[in-house]
Design a protein around this ligand. Structure first.
Ligand SMILES: [Zn+2]
Ligand SMILES: [Zn+2]
Length: 388
């Protein structure tokens, strides 16, 4: 089969699928309408299809010959954003929008499933197509808990994100750390309340807390290698109720992100500074974490395979770049905990197509001419992996 030609024949169907998903955005773990569309499409292809993680779908294509199993993943969720484009297929759901491109991801993976199914007899091994809910809030763990990596066991996992920081017609992939780990923290500083006029009779938690906000920034600038990216951000700070009262406590929230192997050291150093600052100022603290995403780090051999598939897809080596490292997170990392694989970006930035707004922006849009390239990248990645 001439893969490129076949995908181009399916371009209209691909765009229609995307527009339909775009009209009907659903938030994380509520993707039931999308799930219905995905189920219907994959059932027609005759794949072994099942629901997973509530609103997700997993489908298995068994090739004509035995071999390895490759997983291809699309996310499904939209965002709580009120769309401000005037596209004829704009969101029909108030306050919800596919503002990250996951509508494009679902349609690309569906059409890739169709093309690979048509090539079934030539395929040695199996392809697992995963449609995952709630990427925006780390939903992947749920599919993994429900066994998505088993039966058959996945030997390699690959994912694609349409990306507005990369020009249309380009693919970007790096070896190693690509998207940041994020840990959310909840920090309470407890002092002793009292009269603002008798500061010596109380223990001021605001004084201690503001010192902490300042002091922990030394982790990045003085304690770890300056070439290792890390950020400590306080994004909430609540204290007090009146101008004459020293409050009992300060409640803070924020996130710590890092983009290098071993970045968990930032968490330990963060707490060490907090505990000593608290001791210095006679307050106590309570610190809790919630893991957002782990570090997304591409296995170099898998990244090389995707690079080769991208070069074949684009027909131009110079359009396969390795520029994007980001402090944003991506739960695709969970699929790579015990399995090799890689995540890549397919550029959609094209000012002429109006697709140059950032992800999560109310005017975000994708360049639909790129969608066939995304399909082809999926197909060629899977074929190369199963051949290798
Ligand atoms: Zn997003
Ligand atoms: Zn996204």
């Amino acid at each position: 089969m001439e893969i490129k030609k076949r995908i181009n024949e399916l371009k209209e169907e691909l765009i229609e699928l995307r527009r339909n998903f775009h009209r009907h955005p659903e938030l994380g773990f509520e993707e039931y309408w999308s799930q219905e569309q995905v189920l219907e499409y994959l059932n027609k292809l005759g794949l072994e299809v099942s629901k997973i993680a509530g609103s997700g779908v997993v489908a298995l294509l068994r090739g004509g010959k035995p071999g390895k199993t490759v997983l291809l993943r699309s996310d499904m969720d939209a965002l709580p954003v009120q769309e401000e484009t005037d596209l004829p297929f704009a969101s029909e759901e108030k306050g919800k929008m596919h503002a990250c491109g996951h509508d494009g991801h679902m349609s690309m993976l569906l059409v890739a499933a169709k093309v690979l199914t048509e090539m079934k007899d030539e395929i040695g091994g199996a392809v697992k197509f995963v449609f995952q809910p709630n990427e925006e809030d780390a939903g992947a763990y749920k599919l993994i808990e429900e066994g998505v990596m088993e039966n058959p066991k996945v030997d390699g996992a690959f994912g694609v994100h349409l990306w507005s920081q990369t020009p249309s017609g380009y693919v970007d992939i790096v070896d190693g750390p690509q998207m940041a780990a994020s840990h959310y923290f909840y920090l309470t500083i407890k002092g002793r309340g009292g009269h603002a006029g008798f500061a010596h009779e109380s223990v001021d938690p605001i004084f201690a807390a503001t010192n902490i906000v300042q002091s922990v920034q030394a982790v990045q600038t003085r304690e770890i290698d300056a070439l290792n990216p890390a950020v400590i951000m306080f994004t909430e700070f609540h204290a007090g109720s009146n101008m004459t009262i020293v409050p009992e406590k300060v409640e803070m929230k924020g996130s710590i992100r890092f983009l290098y192997e071993g970045g968990e050291e930032v968490l330990e150093r963060f707490e060490r500074i907090i505990s000593h600052t608290c001791e210095a100022h006679r307050v106590s603290y309570e610190l809790n974490y919630k893991v957002g995403n782990n570090l997304l780090s591409n296995d170099p051999a898998s990244a090389e395979l995707v690079r080769a598939a991208a070069e074949e897809t684009l027909g131009d080596k110079t359009k396969v770049t390795g520029l994007i490292h980001t402090m944003a997170g991506e739960d695709f990392c969970d699929y790579l905990q015990d399995t090799p694989g890689a995540f890549s970006f397919v550029g959609v930035n094209n000012p002429e197509a109006g697709s140059n707004f950032p992800h999560h922006h109310p005017k975000f849009n994708i360049d639909e001419d790129v969608l066939p390239l995304g399909v082809e990248l999926h197909v060629r990645t899977a074929l190369r992996f199963l051949r290798g």
